[in-house]
Ligand binder design. Structure first.
Ligand code: C2O
Ligand code: CU
Ligand code: CU
Length: 492
């Protein structure tokens, strides 16, 4: 049904035939200057308001009255958002926004989902969560336009973490996500080692490209190659919002990279960051960090101490992710969030606990798999491959077994970084290898997405605890749509 080529990728992104043909023509005749005008950072950038108080994302309300059950209705629908003064931008939203679902370990989840997107299938994929394969919104389980389905699953003990959810329909994921569909799923533990005094603040990063008339331009060929990068990075839908804190205050911040293709190398100026959690929840003990890289789909939990009055800005540093062609966006020097720290001191805060939890070590793999990531350019057709193939829903690439510990070797032989993600479980990074140099992580952590740098090999340890077909793929969503994805069938 879908040819796995560059050109069908365009069709998948809803560019009609004549438009695609025109674009091919334009690309062929392009001068350096024209090329620049097609780039995300073109000169007609709209000014978005900055410095407004950080808003909280809307909560998805629990409709159940029984304890231990979370029941709600969720609909994906077209909507309008006002990003720039006087302009309404047509977008896609879940219940009119980007909601936060909050539940607890041990809870039963029942979400009645409706696809209200005209003319397009969609799914809800619970990124990183240990949910049964047929409830995980994979491309094999599309919800057709206008129809409903129930997603039901139980949250096991030990699953507390910062997850998110987004559409995953075959060939349409990138467009549905950049048009606005994504939400946060917080699973809370029965008892939380992080002091309640720190609060719990969600910071969801998205990446907006907006034209002068307020619309979102369709993706172009550069977007398909590098992944679509926008003109404005937003936090909870706002540009550089302001967070008010008191001197001496510590805050728990959960950062979510919900962009299609942005790599954030982050630094907090004038505030100290301590890493306490990764994709799959808390790590064992806090780790002080000066900066961190947050690749597409990755999450971290931080404790940030605001000890000096004044302002503390969350900013980006330069990062080389192997941009192809012209139009490399500015990565450095963006301010994502500004904390305004009062002179008046906060009431005394409890110290960061020295011990957070215990993480089992995944040892003694019984199976090793090798997945080689490559890119190839055939004329105007770009392909992104895993072990020489693009995604085919009818093909099983790997066969695994429930409960089996495996070592996966992800070998990036391509020219750009590819953030690698596996569905259905969390993994542990065993080591990174680049240019013959092997580095092991200094702490144990659960992850569901790991950036594999161009030329690097990352070895991960994982175990699937539930049967069924699971996807693994690059989380630059344009690459995923173009087929940089495979299927592991986990047998009972
Ligand atoms: Cu977040 Cu298969 O994706
Ligand atoms: Cu996923
Ligand atoms: Cu990729």
């Amino acid at each position: 049904m879908y040819r796995r080529t560059f050109l069908t990728g365009l069709a998948g992104l809803a560019i009609s035939g004549p438009a695609a043909a025109q674009m091919m023509h334009d690309m062929g005749n392009m001068t350096g200057h024209d090329a620049h005008n097609m780039m995300p950072m073109a000169g007609n950038k709209l000014v978005l308001p900055e410095g407004q108080p950080l808003r909280e994302l809307p909560r998805l309300m629990n409709q159940a009255s029984e304890a231990g059950l979370f029941k709600a209705r969720l609909a994906a629908e077209p909507g309008l958002v006002r990003f720039a003064e006087g302009l309404d931008t047509p977008v896609l939203l879940y219940n009119g926004g980007n909601p936060v679902i909050e539940a607890h370990e041990g809870d039963r989840i029942e979400i009645n989902f409706k696809n209200g997107i005209p003319g397009e299938p969609t799914t809800v994929h619970w990124h990183g969560m240990p949910v049964p394969a047929d409830q995980d919104g994979s491309p094999m389980e599309p919800v057709v336009s206008g129809s409903e389905r129930i997603y039901a699953f139980d949250l096991p003990e030990g699953s507390a973490a910062s997850y998110w959810f987004h559409p995953h329909p075959h060939g349409l994921t990138a467009a549905q996500v950049y048009r606005g569909l994504a939400g946060i799923f917080l699973v809370k533990p029965k008892s939380d080692p992080i002091p309640a005094e720190y609060g719990d603040t969600v910071l969801m990063f998205t990446d907006l490209r907006i034209a002068e008339d307020g619309s979102m331009p369709a993706s172009n060929m550069m977007d398909l190659m590098n992944g679509r990068v926008g003109d404005h990075v937003l936090v909870n839908g706002q540009k550089n919002p302001a967070l008010a804190v008191a001197k001496g205050e510590k805050r728990r911040l959960r950062l979510f990279n919900a962009t299609n293709a942005r790599f954030f190398r982050l630094k907090f100026e004038n505030a100290a960051m301590v890493l306490v959690g990764t994709d799959g929840g808390l790590i064992e003990a806090p780790v002080a960090v000066d900066e961190l890289l947050l690749a597409p789909a990755e999450r971290v939990e931080l404790i940030v101490s605001f000890d000096k009055p004044g302002t503390a800005r969350l900013t980006t540093l330069d990062y080389e992710r192997g941009w192809m062609g012209p139009g490399k966006p500015e990565e450095a020097g963006m301010t994502l969030l500004t904390a305004n720290i009062s002179e008046k001191p906060a009431p005394a805060m409890p110290p960061v606990p020295v011990k957070l939890r215990t993480i089992e070590s995944l040892a003694k793999p019984t199976v090793t798999r090798r997945l080689v990531l490559t890119e190839s350019m055939k004329g105007m057709e770009m392909e992104f491959l895993i072990n020489g193939a693009t995604f085919d829903m009818t093909r099983v690439d790997e066969v695994s077994k429930v409960g089996q510990v495996e070592l996966w070797e992800i070998v990036n032989q391509a020219d750009m970084d590819h953030p690698f993600h596996v569905h259905g479980t969390q993994f542990q990074i065993a080591e990174h290898e680049k240019d013959g140099q092997v580095t092991k992580p200094s702490y144990r952590a659960w992850k569901d997405t790991v950036n594999v740098v161009a030329g690097e090999t990352v070895r991960i340890l994982l175990r699937q605890n539930l049967p069924g077909p699971r996807m693994y793929h690059c989380h630059i969503l344009e690459h995923e749509d173009l087929g940089m994805m495979g299927t592991v069938d986990v047998q009972a």
